[in-house]
Design a protein around this ligand. Sequence first.
Ligand code: SF4
Length: 218
Amino acid sequence: MKRLLLHICCGPCATPIIPNLNSEFEVAGFYYNPNIFPETEFENRLASAKKVAEFNGIQLIVPKLPGVIPAPDRVEGKAPTGIYVGKGLDSRLRGNDKESGNDKESGNDNGYESYLDFIGETKKKPERCLLCYRKRLAKAAEYASENNFEYFSTTLLISPFQYHTELKIIGEEIAHKFGIKFSYQDFRPLYGESREISKAMNLYLQKYCGCKFSRKRK
Ligand code: SF4
């Protein structure tokens, strides 16, 4: 069976996606979300992701280090894919992230500072979110390519609140760079179901997207 690494943003979003993919792939979950602030929120979402993975009988991988981010083909202005990647992104995309994600503000260790470093001055939506996707998906693709997964995907594809078209483009671009495939499906019709299952499973349901900007509704 084909192996697929599923980037999991939180347990609720994974609830209908894992069973959906399980019929076609051997699925493993991958919880890499250094964008989440504060650490208590990170832990709450991780706990729900673990519960959903266990319920569906899949492994959940939680990497410790932020890792290498692939360089884009162009680093300023409009990328070939049409994604605005912002000015001055070159060094951040080419280099390794810091190994420790200690956050000065919260003292946490989930990599939040590496997320802040990565977005740099790009604080506004949608550009900030596109960088956020890129960081998380690149780490997932890197892990997948090094561990014999042929495919990767993300539970972010279920959210009607994310930039869905851009997610697909970024996923495919990153997959290409790592020599694997991005398994794209529009899971948004399953969003309502995911909330129902989550309530039935008594999962933690977050009230904001993840970063501290989104916490302030920015
Ligand atoms: S709003 Fe969500 S997707 Fe956008 S940068 Fe913040 S955590 Fe990432």
